[in-house]
Design a protein around this ligand. Structure first.
Ligand SMILES: [Zn+2]
Length: 192
Protein backbone atom coordinates (compact mmCIF):
# COMPACT_ATOMS: atom_id res chain seq x y z
CA UNK A 1 0.00 0.00 0.00
CA UNK A 2 1.51 3.33 -1.05
CA UNK A 3 0.05 5.15 1.97
CA UNK A 4 1.73 2.82 4.41
CA UNK A 5 5.03 3.24 2.62
CA UNK A 6 4.98 7.07 2.69
CA UNK A 7 4.13 6.95 6.40
CA UNK A 8 7.23 4.88 6.97
CA UNK A 9 9.68 7.28 5.41
CA UNK A 10 8.18 10.40 7.01
CA UNK A 11 9.15 11.63 10.43
CA UNK A 12 8.04 14.49 12.70
CA UNK A 13 10.76 16.80 14.01
CA UNK A 14 10.63 17.19 17.80
CA UNK A 15 11.84 20.76 17.48
CA UNK A 16 9.94 22.42 14.62
CA UNK A 17 7.11 19.87 14.53
CA UNK A 18 7.28 19.56 10.77
CA UNK A 19 6.82 16.26 8.98
CA UNK A 20 9.76 15.59 6.72
CA UNK A 21 11.31 12.65 4.85
CA UNK A 22 13.32 10.37 7.06
CA UNK A 23 16.44 11.31 5.08
CA UNK A 24 16.17 14.82 6.58
CA UNK A 25 16.85 13.39 10.02
CA UNK A 26 19.96 11.48 9.14
CA UNK A 27 23.03 12.79 10.84
CA UNK A 28 26.61 11.57 10.51
CA UNK A 29 28.28 11.48 13.91
CA UNK A 30 31.87 12.41 14.52
CA UNK A 31 34.30 9.55 15.02
CA UNK A 32 34.41 10.38 18.71
CA UNK A 33 30.63 10.32 19.01
CA UNK A 34 30.48 7.11 17.00
CA UNK A 35 33.02 5.42 19.26
CA UNK A 36 31.18 6.63 22.33
CA UNK A 37 27.85 5.36 21.00
CA UNK A 38 29.34 1.98 20.13
CA UNK A 39 31.24 1.88 23.43
CA UNK A 40 34.54 1.42 21.67
CA UNK A 41 37.85 3.16 22.13
CA UNK A 42 37.88 4.26 18.50
CA UNK A 43 36.16 3.68 15.19
CA UNK A 44 37.55 3.47 11.67
CA UNK A 45 34.67 5.33 10.07
CA UNK A 46 31.87 7.40 11.58
CA UNK A 47 28.34 6.07 11.80
CA UNK A 48 25.14 7.87 11.02
CA UNK A 49 22.03 8.01 13.18
CA UNK A 50 18.44 9.14 12.72
CA UNK A 51 18.10 12.22 14.87
CA UNK A 52 14.91 13.40 16.53
CA UNK A 53 15.50 16.81 15.02
CA UNK A 54 15.55 17.62 11.31
CA UNK A 55 18.72 18.82 9.59
CA UNK A 56 17.53 22.42 9.53
CA UNK A 57 16.90 22.49 13.28
CA UNK A 58 20.13 20.70 13.96
CA UNK A 59 22.09 23.24 11.91
CA UNK A 60 20.45 26.06 13.80
CA UNK A 61 21.40 24.79 17.22
CA UNK A 62 24.84 23.65 16.20
CA UNK A 63 27.68 25.32 18.00
CA UNK A 64 28.86 28.33 16.03
CA UNK A 65 31.80 29.36 18.21
CA UNK A 66 35.23 28.27 16.97
CA UNK A 67 36.72 25.14 18.46
CA UNK A 68 38.80 25.50 21.58
CA UNK A 69 42.39 24.23 21.66
CA UNK A 70 41.23 21.29 23.77
CA UNK A 71 38.49 20.43 21.27
CA UNK A 72 40.94 20.57 18.36
CA UNK A 73 43.32 18.24 20.23
CA UNK A 74 40.46 15.86 21.00
CA UNK A 75 39.30 15.86 17.38
CA UNK A 76 42.86 15.24 16.23
CA UNK A 77 43.18 12.31 18.65
CA UNK A 78 39.85 10.76 17.63
CA UNK A 79 40.49 11.25 13.93
CA UNK A 80 37.56 13.61 13.40
CA UNK A 81 40.05 16.20 12.30
CA UNK A 82 42.97 15.42 9.99
CA UNK A 83 46.25 15.79 11.89
CA UNK A 84 47.63 18.32 9.39
CA UNK A 85 44.48 20.46 9.57
CA UNK A 86 44.46 20.20 13.35
CA UNK A 87 48.09 21.32 13.54
CA UNK A 88 47.40 24.32 11.29
CA UNK A 89 44.44 25.27 13.48
CA UNK A 90 46.51 24.90 16.63
CA UNK A 91 49.27 27.11 15.20
CA UNK A 92 46.68 29.75 14.31
CA UNK A 93 45.21 29.61 17.82
CA UNK A 94 48.65 30.06 19.29
CA UNK A 95 49.37 33.06 17.04
CA UNK A 96 46.01 34.58 17.92
CA UNK A 97 46.63 34.05 21.61
CA UNK A 98 49.99 35.80 21.31
CA UNK A 99 48.41 38.73 19.48
CA UNK A 100 45.73 39.05 22.14
CA UNK A 101 48.35 38.87 24.89
CA UNK A 102 50.38 41.57 23.16
CA UNK A 103 47.34 43.81 22.79
CA UNK A 104 46.36 43.38 26.43
CA UNK A 105 49.89 44.28 27.53
CA UNK A 106 49.96 47.37 25.29
CA UNK A 107 46.63 48.51 26.71
CA UNK A 108 47.90 47.90 30.24
CA UNK A 109 51.01 50.01 29.74
CA UNK A 110 49.12 52.79 28.01
CA UNK A 111 46.73 52.92 30.93
CA UNK A 112 49.63 52.86 33.38
CA UNK A 113 51.26 55.72 31.52
CA UNK A 114 48.04 57.79 31.53
CA UNK A 115 47.46 57.29 35.26
CA UNK A 116 49.83 59.99 36.65
CA UNK A 117 48.41 62.54 34.19
CA UNK A 118 44.90 61.65 35.30
CA UNK A 119 45.83 62.14 38.95
CA UNK A 120 47.72 65.34 38.18
CA UNK A 121 44.65 66.64 36.33
CA UNK A 122 42.42 65.87 39.31
CA UNK A 123 44.77 67.59 41.74
CA UNK A 124 45.18 70.71 39.59
CA UNK A 125 41.44 70.86 39.03
CA UNK A 126 40.82 70.80 42.77
CA UNK A 127 43.27 73.65 43.27
CA UNK A 128 41.70 75.74 40.51
CA UNK A 129 38.28 75.12 42.10
CA UNK A 130 39.58 76.52 45.41
CA UNK A 131 40.69 79.74 43.72
CA UNK A 132 37.40 79.95 41.85
CA UNK A 133 35.39 79.43 45.05
CA UNK A 134 37.36 82.05 46.94
CA UNK A 135 36.84 84.60 44.17
CA UNK A 136 33.12 83.93 43.73
CA UNK A 137 32.44 83.77 47.48
CA UNK A 138 34.20 87.10 48.05
CA UNK A 139 32.40 88.71 45.13
CA UNK A 140 28.96 87.58 46.31
CA UNK A 141 29.69 88.87 49.84
CA UNK A 142 31.10 92.23 48.72
CA UNK A 143 31.57 93.23 45.07
CA UNK A 144 33.96 95.98 46.19
CA UNK A 145 36.08 93.86 48.50
CA UNK A 146 39.70 95.04 48.65
CA UNK A 147 41.05 91.60 47.79
CA UNK A 148 38.58 90.79 45.03
CA UNK A 149 40.93 91.81 42.24
CA UNK A 150 43.74 89.74 43.73
CA UNK A 151 41.44 86.72 44.06
CA UNK A 152 40.40 87.06 40.45
CA UNK A 153 44.01 87.30 39.31
CA UNK A 154 44.91 84.25 41.35
CA UNK A 155 42.02 82.35 39.81
CA UNK A 156 43.10 83.35 36.29
CA UNK A 157 46.72 82.45 37.02
CA UNK A 158 45.67 79.10 38.46
CA UNK A 159 43.78 78.25 35.28
CA UNK A 160 46.69 79.27 33.08
CA UNK A 161 49.19 77.36 35.22
CA UNK A 162 46.95 74.27 35.16
CA UNK A 163 46.62 74.34 31.38
CA UNK A 164 50.33 74.85 30.85
CA UNK A 165 51.35 72.12 33.31
CA UNK A 166 48.93 69.64 31.78
CA UNK A 167 50.07 70.27 28.24
CA UNK A 168 53.69 69.86 29.36
CA UNK A 169 52.84 66.69 31.29
CA UNK A 170 51.10 65.27 28.23
CA UNK A 171 54.20 66.10 26.18
CA UNK A 172 56.21 63.87 28.52
CA UNK A 173 57.47 66.18 31.28
CA UNK A 174 57.20 64.65 34.73
CA UNK A 175 55.69 66.64 37.58
CA UNK A 176 54.99 65.84 41.19
CA UNK A 177 51.32 64.89 41.25
CA UNK A 178 50.81 67.20 44.25
CA UNK A 179 52.58 70.19 42.69
CA UNK A 180 51.09 73.42 44.16
CA UNK A 181 49.85 75.77 41.45
CA UNK A 182 50.77 78.86 43.51
CA UNK A 183 54.41 77.95 42.92
CA UNK A 184 54.00 79.15 39.33
CA UNK A 185 52.05 82.32 39.99
CA UNK A 186 54.65 85.06 40.36
CA UNK A 187 57.34 83.81 38.03
CA UNK A 188 54.88 82.97 35.29
CA UNK A 189 54.45 79.42 34.16
CA UNK A 190 56.64 79.65 31.09
CA UNK A 191 59.72 80.62 33.14
CA UNK A 192 59.70 77.47 35.22
ZN1 LIG B 1 12.98 20.58 12.63
Amino acid sequence: MPDQKSKDVQKVCTMCGETKPREEFKRVLTKRQSASLLRRASVRSPISVISSRCKKCWQQTKRKAPLTIKQIKNKKASGDLHAVVADIMLTQRKQNANLIKKRVMTEYWEKKKAEPIKRLTQNLQQQVAKYANRYHATKSKDPHHALLRQHRENYEMAKRARDELLSRAKAGEVFDINVPLAQFFKKGVSDV
